[in-house]
Ligand binder design. Structure first.
Ligand SMILES: CSC[C@H]1O[C@H](OP(=O)(O)O)[C@H](O)[C@@H]1O
Ligand SMILES: Nc1ncnc2[nH]cnc12
Length: 287
């Protein structure tokens, strides 16, 4: 088995019961501490590493998430692929609370969040035209369907800064932009996963209709109710997904994006930043 699936659990998904050899592991990263310890173990023979995005008990607000540490921790643990699970509001009348939406595009409206592992002294420009992994997304969609959930196979996710929900005018504007679901966390997470050469899929669980639909104004109490039901379905989806993984993981083009993305001449690279990025650069530099 050459898969190791990293799972980032969003609002309502703070643990993954039923793992064999389950252990909460504390991981330090060169970018600081992730949101919490990482639950490791195997499920149906597949190694998993589960990180509750906001920490157990939901302590970290979206704008304070250390997404670099979260992604780096899963990279350090040897994850090959990342499945992210998030609660979202719907901007599309057809995407109803309780539905799962497999996101394939993003509009990033977050502000001031550290959005790259790279920086002065080591510049990389990874492609992001197709920001998610089609293979993992398709398998997650199939597993969600098998879990009895209504699934939408593609959608654009608008990442807002939060933590407040959108005004009605913002919500209407995002609909005009073609966004179909809205959340506060998948960016810069998805772009960092790409920089870390980790194929990433996002299953968004619809909890509400956001603010554009006046009859169904978003409120946290109803979100929490839907989230509880969604979380059970998400756990069933994960169990189905790991059982459907092919025995041998074929290489993905995302595994090697840094081969062409790193632009800084090795002679002038910043040694300290190179060292900080060791878990990501090891494959490229052979170190
Ligand atoms: C509890 S509703 C708002 C909250 O839920 C989503 O978090 P996540 O993506 O981690 O499931 C949304 O982005 C907000 O952070
Ligand atoms: N309406 C909404 N806006 C932003 N994030 C959300 N997460 C769940 N519902 C949301």
């Amino acid at each position: 088995m050459n898969w190791k699936l990293g799972i980032i659990g969003g609002s309502g998904l703070y643990a993954l019961p039923g793992l064999e050899g389950a252990e909460w592991v504390t991981v330090e990263t060169p970018f600081g501490a992730p949101s919490d310890a990482v639950l490791t173990g195997t499920l149906h023979g597949v190694p998993l590493a589960f990180l509750p995005r906001h920490g157990r008990g939901h302590r970290v607000p979206p704008g304070d998430l250390n997404a670099r540490a979260n992604i780096m921790a899963l990279k350090i643990l040897g994850c090959t692929d990342l499945l992210s699970v998030s609660a979202v509001g719907s901007l599309d009348a057809d995407m109803a609370p309780g539905d799962f939406v497999v996101v394939d595009q993003f509009i990033d409206r977050t502000r001031g969040r550290p959005g790259s592992f790279f920086g002065p002294g080591l510049v990389a420009h990874v492609p992001l035209a197709d920001p998610v992994c089609p293979r993992l997304s398709a398998m997650a969609a199939a597993a969600a369907r098998a879990a009895g959930v209504r699934v939408h196979d593609a959608a654009t996710y608008l990442a807002m800064e939060g933590p407040q929900f959108s005004t009605r005018a913002e919500s209407r504007l995002y609909r005009q932009w073609g966004a179909q679901v809205i959340g506060m966390t998948a960016m810069p997470e998805a772009r960092l996963a790409r920089e870390a050469e980790l194929p990433y899929a996002l299953v968004a669980m619809v909890t509400d209709y956001d603010s554009w639909r006046e009859a169904d104004d978003v409120d946290i109490a109803s979100i929490l109710r839907v989230m509880a039901a969604n979380a059970d379905a998400a756990r069933t989806m994960v169990a189905g997904l790991v059982q459907a993984l092919p025995g041998v993981r074929a290489a993905s083009p995302i595994d090697t994006v840094l081969d062409v993305a790193l632009i800084t001449d090795p002679a002038v690279r910043d040694a300290a930043l190179v060292a900080r990025l060791a878990p990501i650069l090891r494959r490229v530099t052979g170190g």
